[in-house]
Design a protein around this ligand. Structure first.
Ligand code: AMP
Length: 114
């Protein structure tokens, strides 16, 4: 998708602060961090929202969670813990329409989220 911010990052047209990359997944620091550690983990293929996931595309979610788990360990937040969040559509706060897993850590997390 030429007009998608995160596709431009995958293509190399925009350079985020990358913390992890493999064939299927890219992870980079959020430009407006909400915690000491705030990383976005994205699939390299364009999927606009979780509503568009299918049996054929859903496998990448596992790769995203495995990447997030590794980043959490590398960044030293595996203990005491961290939060992983995916927002779907504007009502849940989604502002970039290419699915992404927020990895948040380094401070206490409260529940329920706002
Ligand atoms: P969401 O609101 O769930 O769609 O999350 C989108 C996230 O993308 C927000 O946390 C933004 O701060 C983040 N974001 C937007 N533009 C950039 C950028 N150029 N580099 C890194 N993160 C970004």
């Amino acid at each position: 998708m030429t007009d998608c911010l995160f596709c431009k990052m995958v293509a190399g047209d925009i350079q985020p602060d990358v913390v992890f990359e493999d064939d299927e997944v890219l992870a980079f620091r959020d430009v407006n961090p909400q915690a000491p550690l705030h990383v976005l983990v994205i699939p390299k293929t364009h999927i606009a929202t979780t509503n568009e996931l299918t049996a054929e595309t859903a496998g990448v979610l596992g790769k995203m969670y495995l990447a997030a788990k590794q980043i959490a360990a590398d960044e030293g937040v595996a203990e005491p813990g961290y939060r992983m969040v995916m927002n779907c559509n504007a009502g849940a706060g989604q502002s970039v329409f290419h699915i992404h897993l927020h990895l948040l850590g380094g401070r206490p997390m409260h529940w329920p989220p706002g």
